[in-house]
Design a protein around this ligand. Structure first.
Ligand SMILES: Cc1ncc(C[n+]2csc(CCOP(=O)(O)OP(=O)(O)O)c2C)c(N)n1
Length: 628
């Protein structure tokens, strides 16, 4: 069938359409997004909820000259479809296809690269300030969700925007949902704003009344303004945005295209910082289950039936609940991701000991530090990539004071389709440099359970545990939990020519690689490193004193990683050993299926074996040191 969508090559084409055609187009956009994303997986709910906002913005503003800055960017699928990427849309999140997020290198319409929340107002304000300095009349529109607005940096930006008074439109896309239901005092405040018909009516009445006063003079205008202000203060608790220097408009129905377009047309010609509050429905048009805890936030492509092992996330969540039953000092903290981090189960079992702080990783860490000061055992569950944002809090508030905060870093390693914004590959580097930290990584779900128990029993300082996205390896789990000796590795297999020292997710690929090497006649041992810090110095020094090659393997950046720690140890002890460090090189890894990513960076059994075999062959027999 002839679709309007197929005629849209650029946003300017929208100007030719009537309102009823735009409404038809909104239905086509939804259909296209649902059809594609249910196959590829991706962020469905946010994009469906933002369809009318997207259409209205591109109808009224003049991108790419005007800049549209999406917060998080997971709601920008409609934007991609309207900005010349319709033909590639089916490749979204696939290897060498479109990114799931706005990306400057992908399109001139993607004004700012994004995926971590809360950045839009800061970036948009920077652009608006640049335009002002350059005398440009380009406009800037930021679109931020009610979840994104819980980020500290969003408020830092509002604070400066209200002060600088540059022309900036912030559209607050309020659907009352973050990934899960949005929580916190700010969310309650926004709900109050959206349920205040009395104020809207009174405000209307005042202006209507004024309209009837012939040629109202300055004094009457001023009096009316005062009446309006006092009504607001009486009926709207806070008027927070106006006090921060923004003109507040709304709330409007973010699905009423006509209303959104006419509001934007009006606002486009207003100066200064403006906040437009639009109320939308997350997942609009998608038949998500009414019980859905995430409003179709993200959907996965059809599951692989072979993968029956439980997800690491799930094992973490249920083990935490199990430990908490016996230990009332255990509390859990998440930054807006109860389901993603597996702490949802804990929230249900122990609601009084569970804290969803909003998208506020920095606060989460220092909040945990305070809890630890007073003898609680805070398990701070944050994805590896999102903890990056709280580095200073981790260093200054936790490590420096040697507080026993327990960091649980899910999605450590390559994450697949979400791509470089979400890979958890820097955590070893950013945690390893901090004195007092213990850092560990389990080889399977059973070891994860013991490591969690070890964390709970460890009181000497901060301790972090990193594990990968996805399923465990399918081992059976011990019922009784036990403490693992801090800094002790686990030898798994003996070999004379090579020892693979694998960390966490790389231990099993190392075991498989050892078999492949053995088949080629290269005798290979494997050690499960378990700890990045402290290292099992005794064992590593002993391994290094043997003839043959010592190979470290980690799913993280090589720079400042686990291999670097081993190399530093050997350098400090003046041990002259042959070592090879396998990890991720100095580059960002594109989105693709994890299997493709692992192969491309050399972290599969086959690629590890090939690399090691090459090294052994090229070095032997010259560099092979005689045994002591
Ligand atoms: C710093 C950071 N922490 C966590 C996340 C994970 N995350 C992705 S989307 C999202 C919720 C965003 O909610 P909102 O801004 O209201 O947008 P909506 O999905 O409702 O449109 C979260 C927590 C993130 N992207 N960035």
């Amino acid at each position: 069938m002839d679709r309007i969508l197929d005629r849209i090559e650029r946003p300017q084409d929208l100007r030719k359409l009537s309102t009823s055609e735009l409404i038809t187009l909104s239905a086509e956009l939804r259909e296209e997004i649902i059809d594609t994303v249910t196959k590829t997986g991706g962020h469905l709910g946010a994009s469906l909820g933002a369809v009318e906002l997207t259409l209205a913005i591109h109808r009224v503003y003049d991108a790419p000259k005007d800049k549209v800055v999406w917060d998080v960017g997971h709601q920008a699928y409609g934007h991609k479809l309207l900005t010349g990427r319709r033909d590639q849309f089916s490749t979204i999140r696939q290897y060498s296809g479109l990114s799931g997020f706005p990306l400057r290198s992908e399109s001139e319409y993607d004004a700012f690269g994004v995926a971590h929340a809360g950045t839009s107002i800061s970036a948009g304000l920077g652009m608006a300030t640049a335009f002002d300095a350059q005398g440009s009349d380009a406009r800037v529109v930021c679109v931020i969700g009610d979840g994104g607005l819980t980020c500290g940096m969003a408020f830092e930006a509002l604070n400066q925007a209200g002060h600088l008074k540059k022309d900036l439109l912030v559209i607050l896309n309020d659907n009352e949902w973050s990934i899960s239901k949005n929580v916190g005092a700010l969310s309650t405040y926004l709900t109050r704003l959206t349920s205040r018909p009395l104020y809207r009516r009174l405000e209307q009445d005042v202006w209507e009344l004024l309209g009837r006063i012939p040629k109202a003079g300055d004094k009457a205008q001023e009096a009316a303004h005062r009446i309006k202000e006092s009504l607001k203060n009486l009926l709207v608790p806070g008027v927070m945005f106006e006090e921060l220097g923004f003109k507040y408009y709304g709330p409007i129905d973010g699905h009423n295209l006509q209303e959104v377009i006419s509001t934007l047309e009006h606002l486009k010609h207003q100066g200064g910082p403006i906040l437009l509050h639009a109320v939308t429905e997350k997942g609009k048009g998608y038949p998500f289950a009414p019980t859905s805890k995430t409003r179709a936030h993200g959907v996965s492509p059809p599951a692989d039936p072979k993968k029956s092992a439980p997800a690491y996330t799930k094992v973490f969540g249920s083990t935490l609940v199990e430990m908490a039953a016996r230990d009332p000092s255990i509390v859990a903290i998440t930054a807006a991701m109860p389901d993603g981090t597996g702490t949802g189960e804990f929230a249900e079992a122990y609601p009084d000991r569970f804290f969803d702080v909003g998208i506020a990783e920095q606060h989460a860490v220092t909040f945990a530090a305070g809890l630890a000061c007073e003898g609680m055992k805070p398990f701070c569950a944050i994805y590896s990539t999102f903890l990056q944002r709280a580095f200073d809090q981790v260093e200054h508030d936790v490590a420096l004071q040697n507080l026993p905060v327990k960091f649980v870093l899910d999605r450590a390693g390559l994450v697949g389709d979400d791509g470089p914004t979400h890979h958890g590959v820097f955590d070893i580097a950013y945690l390893r440099v901090l004195p007092n930290f213990v850092i560990m990584s389990p080889k399977d779900e059973n070891e994860l359970r013991h490591m969690l128990y070890t964390m709970a029993q460890y009181h000497d300082g901060p301790i972090a545990l990193r594990f990968p996205r996805g399923s465990g390896v399918g081992v059976s789990t011990d019922e009784a939990l036990r403490v693992l000796p801090i800094g002790q590795a686990e030898p798994l297999r003996e070999g004379d020519q090579v020892t693979l020292l694998g960390l966490g997710s790389m231990v099993h690929p190392c075991l498989d690689a050892a078999k492949l090497l053995e088949d080629e006649g290269i005798s290979t041992g494997v050690v499960n490193a378990r700890f990045v810090k402290p290292l099992d110095e005794e064992l590593i020094l002993e391994l290094a004193s043997r003839p043959g090659l010592l190979v470290t393997v980690e799913e993280a950046q090589r720079a400042a990683g686990f291999g670097s720690a081993v190399a530093e140890l050997l350098q400090d002890r003046e041990v002259d050993a042959r070592i090879l460090s396998i990890g991720i090189a100095d580059e960002f890894i594109h989105h693709a299926k994890p299997e493709i990513q692992h192969r491309s960076v050399g972290l599969t059994a086959e690629t590890i074996a090939a690399r090691v075999a090459k090294q052994v062959r090229s070095a032997a027999p010259v560099a092979m040191r005689p045994s002591a």
